[in-house]
Design a protein around this ligand. Structure first.
Ligand SMILES: Cc1cc2nc3c(=O)[nH]c(=O)nc-3n(C[C@H](O)[C@H](O)[C@H](O)COP(=O)(O)OP(=O)(O)OC[C@H]3O[C@@H](n4cnc5c(N)ncnc54)[C@H](O)[C@@H]3O)c2cc1C
Length: 484
């Protein structure tokens, strides 16, 4: 589909360019229900995959079943992520019940626990609909599942504002994707119709679901915080990465974060967002990553606000252009998180400079423990470990210093992913890939030919004083005890 050929079809049904057939198999007419396997879009509001599942169920007069699960095997599985997911799922289960949507959550605590729950649920399904998400192992898991099961599996993109299927190859840079997304923005902001399926889950079908599940679903709605903490501690995951208790997970908290940002900080966003010691950004990246809020909701709120146009424009550019550039890269680039995926000029410059002496070097362990000789870098690492995010400007500096300090570019790549994805609440996201690969030259031009950097854009923490109040940022994140 070409962009200028986009017509009323697009307006009529955004589901077409949002939907990928994952296995080319048939729907099973005898299937008892349509299964929505909720993976990365962990919400019932403004969810295109859920809408697709409800529409399909209504069309064939079958009920809907929503299944969400959590395994101990997801990438960088830790208390931090599991706590976040379970707390939000408790809210999802309540919202689903209020909306008349049959929802269940299954927690697989250890690797020995049953791992075929969703496969068995699929055996009784007419169709499975799930989320399209290129990172955090989601698309890979879906592909393997789609091969194994007998019925059709559709993956629907609810992550992007402009349906990702509209752009069919990887874009070169923000400047190439920006006008394409801008052209489709307003059409794409059409709200998803939230409604319950027409056919309710009968007692018989409910019994069939319970039987297929074999294990108990978690009674999330009635669980206290302590019970959730106990469930997390019983999981076979990394218990060294603690939950971020002052970042409240879930759709309601995300909506409140958005409301406060729009009223209090958006009016200063353009001029002050790079001030890393202050809070002028939205802090919505974990919510967007887990799908606790829809990017379309965020952009609609910004556009409807009374904030100055330059602030709205700068913010919308981040949420739309930069975020969807990352998604587009991951969707259309084989091995998107590997050095080999980077453009030729970067391959050449890396070959020429990989063996350059690195006079300042640190080990991964020293980086992890924020034990470098650079107070600004250490502060950024502490912010990551403690709060689960890094301010964007500090994050660029954080990544660029790893490029300078790691023994090779490949080490730099692997270490950035390891540290980012281990600690970041917004980690394992297409934006993690975009941000880290940007530090390695992606979407950038050649900046000359310097030792170690080659043609990569050099960024030094020593020059950051010109950009923001480094002293205040370092003091803010100087609490070493937070690393314990
Ligand atoms: C090395 C490195 C690693 C990164 N890792 C991640 C990551 O794991 N997860 C993540 O979501 N972002 C990542 N980013 C991008 C960026 O740092 C964060 O999206 C941003 O800091 C989140 O803060 P915020 O929500 O307050 O942003 P705001 O400024 O309020 O922006 C709103 C939203 O726009 C999007 N956005 C903002 N800046 C960028 C950007 N530069 N690129 C892409 N999208 C953007 C995000 O979805 C963000 O939540 C990384 C950047 C770098 C340089």
């Amino acid at each position: 589909m070409t962009l200028h050929a986009l017509d009323s079809d697009f307006v009529r049904d955004q589901l077409v360019p949002r939907t990928t057939d994952m296995n080319g198999k048939r729907t099973l007419p005898d299937g008892a229900y349509v299964l929505y396997w909720m993976q990365s879009t962990q919400r019932v509001h403004e969810n295109w995959a859920l809408r697709a599942a409800i529409r399909a169920a209504d069309k064939v007069n079958k009920p809907l079943v929503i299944h969400q699960g959590l395994d101990p095997t997801y990438p960088h599985a830790s208390d931090r992520h599991s706590h976040h997911i379970l707390h939000a799922a408790r809210e999802t289960s309540t919202c689903a019940e209020q909306a008349g949507l049959p929802y269940q959550f299954v927690l697989r605590r250890t690797r020995d626990d049953d791992r075929r729950v969703v496969d068995r649920l699929a055996e009784h399904a007419f169709l499975v609909v799930t989320d399209r998400f290129p990172t955090a192992g989601v698309d890979e898991r879906t592909r393997r599942f789609a091969e194994r099961v007998g019925c059709r599996v559709l993956a629907v993109d609810s992550a992007c504002i402009v349906p990702s299927g509209v752009l069919q190859k990887a874009e070169w840079a923000a400047r190439t994707i920006r006008p394409k997304l801008a052209k489709l923005r307003d059409l794409s902001l059409e709200p998803v119709e939230d409604r319950a399926p027409r056919v309710a889950l009968s007692t018989d079908v409910r019994a069939m679901v319970d039987e297929a599940r074999r294990v108990d679903a978690l009674a999330l709605a009635g669980m206290s915080d302590t019970e959730i903490a106990q469930a997390v501690s019983a999981c076979d995951i990394d218990h060294r990465v603690a939950p971020v208790l002052d970042f409240v997970p879930g759709a309601a908290a995300a909506a409140e974060r958005l409301r406060v940002f729009i009223h209090e900080r958006l009016p200063y966003y353009n001029a002050r967002r790079n001030e890393a010691a202050d809070d002028f950004t939205s802090h919505l990246s974990p919510d967007l990553h887990y799908g606790h809020i829809a990017a379309a909701d965020v952009v609609r709120a910004a556009l409807a606000s009374a904030a100055p146009a330059e602030d709205v424009q700068a913010f919308v550019d981040q949420v739309l252009t930069w975020r969807e550039l990352s998604y587009n890269w991951c969707l259309h680039t084989p091995n998107f998180d590997q050095l080999a995926a980077l453009p030729d000029w970067i391959q050449r410059t890396m070959r020429a400079h990989d063996d350059d002496p690195r006079p300042e070097q640190y080990t991964l362990e020293e980086l992890d423990e924020a034990r470098t000789g650079d107070p600004l870098w250490n502060a950024a690492q502490r912010q990551l470990v403690r709060s689960g995010v890094i301010h964007n400007y500090a994050r660029m500096l954080w990544g660029k210093q790893i490029v300078r300090w790691a023994p090779t570019y490949e080490d730099a790549r692997a270490w950035m992913f390891h540290l980012n994805d281990r600690y970041a609440l917004d980690g394992r996201d297409p934006n993690s890939v975009g941000g880290i690969m940007w530090c390695l030259g992606l979407w950038d031009r050649s900046w000359g030919n310097k030792p170690i950097w080659g043609g990569l854009r050099p960024m030094l923490t020593s020059r950051a004083v010109k950009k923001f109040d480094v002293g205040r940022y370092v003091r803010k994140w100087s609490d070493v005890s937070s690393l314990a």
